[in-house]
Design a protein around this ligand. Structure first.
Ligand code: FAD
Ligand code: DLZ
Ligand code: SF4
Length: 511
């Protein structure tokens, strides 16, 4: 007689801890607990989403004949932690052991390793086999390599799963079609609505609960339209494949004011909590390509995100933790400014991205990387504070995927494990890929002075400030040549504009 614990991001019927369950005797334990809901103060929508998805999943398991014990957040006996709930359940019956699937975050995984010693019964921690590359496989791939570049990892994954392959070669002759995936936005684009499900009674109850218990957490709870069941998540996936995949590639990097969803898939929420399986998403996209409904650049681009990036960042996380979390290669130490919470800034791009984050617990990749992230990088924000922000504001955020993206890709805090050079950019990139600059108080074409786009001078200031770290980088030689060619008047203007900007930022003025 076993307790089989299922966590909030393990909502997959095939999860390792449920295989071999004895329907008659074993208890499937699921708990909404304060410790998990507040280890960072998650966005209200994220908590509502997970609690509702957990409750629907529990109901689904019960219907399948499993013996489920579900602890609600406001149960007066709820101890507030997963360990406490296991202890409580153990004291209720004669259990022989506890079975759980290894948690996706280092924090909880290391805590759980202590449970066997602390509890009266053994705890079996099973490997999470829902990923396409096991952690030991990634370790093998990484061993002996000087650089752990995603692109080479991705090619191996394409071969391993025979995805977009023909006679041992990549379909179409190239591994990567990214050069075709950088179209700027254009007027009159017909962007389909994102998938929306209507809240049922379970979701409504959870919304009320979150309103009551998490009122001081960041973010808008309503409107709430996330999928919360496997069927709905599949419908969201199909909606993407049928209505947006074909255009996903072209406008993958584009940003349009008032269009938070663009042609992205919005399935990260569902993949990361287990409602969708990565291989099924990949195969549906590949099928669309074979059916002639999606072009190769879009299909390959989308598949690369899941088969490549998603598996790669997870591999990096487990390979490098726990040291990875405390890296700070650039010695960045500026506190996170309030504007990340309030959207109180005159920089229109930043303002729009924070507003959308607050409304939707979602922004797409380029907003996270090239607007919110670029600002954090150029202004030297403290990695711990930036990581905490990203981990709590997005409904798809778990440390295993958030940390390598923020510490590695955005902040270059890992010194170049994930990225070969920092993703630093001036306002020109944002102007090319969005229409934000048109309604901005700053002028993207101006390089210096009170009206200049702050990204323009902060970019050079960042490069100057960190030149001892980057001058030797072969991919940055040209940039430093340009910096070296600047006359003193120009470099003085960059320094004084940046100083003024930092002073205002540190004084919490509306920059
Ligand atoms: P799409 O653009 O439609 O892509 C499809 C899927 O590919 C995503 O759902 C996701 O599962 C996967 N994917 C795409 N890019 C990445 C990536 N860089 N790393 C891992 N998986 C990827 N993704 C998360 O799932 N959780 C996070 O907490 C998270 N934090 C991020 C923080 C920063 C600073 C950056 C730059 C990226 C982050 N990402 C994160 C990656 C990516 O931005 C999101 O996966 C994506 O925006 C989710 O939206 P979507 O489902 O519409 O994705
Ligand atoms: C994110 C989250 C939240 C908000 N709440 C719960 C919860 O109440 N119960 C639970 O089992 N899991 C929750 N989770 C997901 C866990 O934090 C997640 O399983 C770990 O972080 C490991 O990835
Ligand atoms: Fe952002 Fe600069 Fe454009 Fe304003 S001008 S929207 S700050 S990139």
């Amino acid at each position: 007689m076993k307790i089989r614990l299922v966590l909030g991001d393990q909502l997959s019927v095939g999860i390792a801890s449920l295989t071999e369950a004895e329907m008659q005797t074993d208890v499937i334990l699921m708990c909404e607990v304060r410790a998990e809901a507040t280890y960072v103060k998650h966005h209200k929508k994220k908590i509502a989403f997970l609690f509702s998805a957990m409750r629907h999943f529990a109901a689904d398991l019960s219907q399948k004949g499993f013996n489920v014990r579900y602890v609600k957040y406001d149960d007066p006996l709820n101890s507030g932690s997963l360990y406490g709930e296991i202890e409580r359940e153990l004291s209720a019956s004669n259990y022989t052991d506890v079975v759980v699937t290894s948690p996706a975050e280092y924090r909880l995984a290391s805590e759980m390793k202590t449970w066997s010693d602390r509890l009266s019964v053994p705890v079996t921690i099973k490997e999470d086999d829902r990923f396409l590359c096991a952690t030991h496989e990634f370790e093998r791939w990484a061993a002996g390599r000087k650089q752990l570049r995603m692109e080479y990892f991705y090619r191996e994954m394409r071969r391993k799963y025979s995805v977009l392959m023909q006679d041992g070669h990549p379909t179409g002759g190239q591994w990567n079609y990214d050069s075709e995936n950088r179209k700027p936005p254009k007027d009159g684009l017909n962007i389909p609505q994102t998938y929306k499900s209507e809240p049922d009674q379970i979701t409504q109850d959870v919304i009320d609960l979150v309103e009551q218990h998490f009122a001081d957490h960041f973010g808008d709870l309503l409107p709430f339209h996330f999928a919360v069941t496997r069927e709905q998540a599949l419908a969201a996936l199909d909606d993407f494949i049928n209505r947006r995949l074909a255009t996903f590639g072209d406008y993958q990097d584009a940003m349009i004011q008032g269009e938070p969803w663009m042609f992205h898939s919005h399935i990260g929420f569902y993949l990361n909590c287990g409602l969708l399986d990565p291989l099924e998403c990949i195969q549906k996209a590949e099928q669309a390509y074979h059916d002639g409904t999606a072009p190769l650049n879009a299909t390959e681009g989308f598949i690369r995100q899941i088969l490549g990036w998603r598996e790669y960042v997870r591999g990096i996380y487990w390979l490098k933790m726990p040291a990875y979390k405390s890296t700070n290669f650039l010695g960045a130490n500026r506190p996170l400014p309030d504007l990340y919470w309030t959207a109180e800034t005159q920089m229109n791009c930043l303002r729009q991205c924070v507003i959308e984050t607050k409304q939707n617990a979602y922004t797409h990749h380029i907003q996270r990387l090239m607007v919110l992230g670029n600002f954090a990088l150029l202004t030297g924000l403290n990695p711990d504070e930036v990581n905490e922000w990203y981990l709590l504001v997005y409904a798809d955020a778990y440390e295993w995927v958030e940390l390598p993206n923020v510490t590695g890709m955005v902040l270059f805090s890992d010194g170049g494990v994930v990225a070969s050079k920092p993703y630093a950019s001036s306002g020109a990139y944002i102007n090319r890929m969005s229409n934000y600059c048109k309604s901005c108080r700053y002028k993207v074409a101006k390089k210096n002075g009170p009206d200049a786009c702050p990204f323009n001078y902060l970019y050079w200031d960042f490069l100057k400030r960190n030149q001892d770290k980057f001058r030797g980088n072969p991919r940055m030689g040209l940039i430093y040549k340009n910096l070296d060619r600047m006359d003193a008047e120009k470099t003085d203007a960059i320094a004084s504009d940046s100083q003024q900007f930092f002073k205002a930022l540190d004084n919490n003025e509306k920059v």
